[in-house]
Design a protein around this ligand. Sequence first.
Ligand code: ARG
Ligand code: GLU
Length: 699
Amino acid sequence: MRKYISVIALSLICGASASADEGMWLPALISERIGDMQAKGFTLTAEDIYSISQASLKDAVVLFGGGCTGELVSPEGLLLTNHHCGYSQIQKHSSVDHDYLRDGFWAMTRAEELPNPGLGVSFLEYMEDVTDKVLKGYEDSMTEEERQALVKKNSQKLIDEAVSGGKGLEASVEPLFYGNKYYMFVYRTYTDVRLVGAPPSSIGKFGGDTDNWMWPRHTGDFSIFRIYADKDNNPAPYSEDNVPYRPKKYFHIAAGGVGEGEFTFVYGFPGSTREYIMSEGVRYISDISNPFKIALRTMRLDIQKKYMDEDQAVRIQYSSKNAGVANAWKKWQGEMKGIVRLGTVAKKQEFESRFMDWADGTEYEGIVPALDSLYKELEPYMYALDYYNESARTIELVQFAQRASALASAGKDSALGAVTDAFFKDYYLPIDKEIFVAVMNSYRENVPADFRPPYFDSTLAVYGGSVGKWADALFSTSVFCDRKAVEALGADDTLALENDPAVEFGREFSSWIGENIRPAVNRLNMEINLLNRDYMRGQMEFQPDKVFYPDANLTLRVAYGHIKGYSPSDGVYYMPFSTIEGIMEKDNPEIFDYNIPQKFRDVVATGDYGRWGEDGSVPVCFIATNHTSGGNSGSPVIDSRGRLIGINFDRVWEGTMSDIEFDPDFCRNISLDIRYVLFIIDKIGNADHLIEEMTIEQE
Ligand code: ARG
Ligand code: GLU
């Protein structure tokens, strides 16, 4: 084991030849990259980025709500993230009477800031290489199960020690490079986080799903929160007595403008990438799973849209759900195209054949063919599981029935009440029923009989083979369609609930999949992971001059690059900046996604942009070459002097395959220019009190 670890340590340090701007680097090891960053224009030090002995930029960055990033911008705990990251909070505070999604929300006093139960933000206290500690007691003779049990036990001990000493501490131990390395991440989590401001969706989601994942972009995708702490600045549950959190560090804002070619650095929490998997793994994604997942989601989106267009109340109910479905749907399309254009599968095959030649006679011999056959064995099971997840598992009534029946049987009345309220607030049965018919028909057509539960076929037979008739019955007889009936449920109804058609549907599917599909998927994935550990190490030995970065896993990373346009296709060049002129060009009251608020039009008509203007306009978004992924939403985009110039919120469509292969010619992250954020807070929100809290540098 030792031998391999030192090989990896070496390859992390030497060799500066990672291809241009690719990479998501661990902050604790940033001293290995700082020379390159400085050569590209950065003027601060590694300690300024990450330090455990002094305040550093990492102390101004948070994991927001377990899937996004946010940054501190005032000494009083003010935090910026994306509108789409705060979306479900904004949505939960909205109703037809006060529709903050539609109209925006601006707390004019601290008392008006809105608490969000369930929302937390986490600061990284420190990260540490714990490989030796986690593998303490490991012997080569151990099976993978034994190794996993050991890793789990040792990790738990480290975690327990790490969190014993303070309020709000949380820790996790994560494998990097497929378990060739382990790092512990220790966080401090604050749970009193209040909504302070959000532009109307017509600004915050301007362009909607039409422009999502695309450039040129004009989305004002930001929202504002504030972290509250107890009197000692420690994490505390929501209380009126809490006070604004005082950060160790907050970003100063550079409002003097940014130019093409300038250095940028994105500091945030990318969720998941798979840069080192073999060709078969990529082929499954681009040729099989992305296409059918896209097709299923197209149906769901069309159905949702039809009803949302008919009724404002339904639009509010389904806005957040719809955006969630649409987002991955569009990303997968770009990703597929990118993989095909780059020829990733063929390139990987070619790499694998060179690797195999090199591996001949070494301990890495045979890994590639073994992986290949495992992937082939996995494919039908993975397909069945993925198909189930994107069809049967998406039925809202079924999900609700399963949760609610469990709570009712356990006699948990108050939890049942809360779940029931939340469900019916945003439920519209005709959408769910129509989706049931569409996706279950596809399920029947596309999933081979051996890979679907016999329950499915036998129930279908009861309805003469008609999914529609099945839906008619299920959506009229299930008790879970009826709010009053659900509220009246108690522990004595357990028996009746077991026979409820929605409960039965959920139970039969999940237990059959659990018994017949999941075990194979888990076993094969475990074997693949195990081989990937060797394959990863082999790749590192095979390419000693290449600099490797660990795949994203929702831990804090540094990505750096520069502001740059790109050419999406022959004869077309995209400039790296957009301005409010582009908003006015797209503006159209007839098109939901492009209907900018009247107030915005009025401000633009005055031409008074205050300090935020540049050359008679206001900059809105820019693109750069930083390697980012899902989870980097809301990340601070930082200039050469460590100041905030923007908020990351997206990638360009032609570059979304960067989770699998990064192409410097096409991969661009999309950021909101911080001047547009300030312009909206100032001129649309009239919330100057927020701007006064910030430190704004005009030069
Ligand atoms: N594509 C961005 C991301 O992956 C933004 C998503 C939210 N916006 C939307 N229109 N669905 O999260
Ligand atoms: N919008 C994405 C997010 O929610 C970021 C875009 C990306 O995937 O790079 O994290």
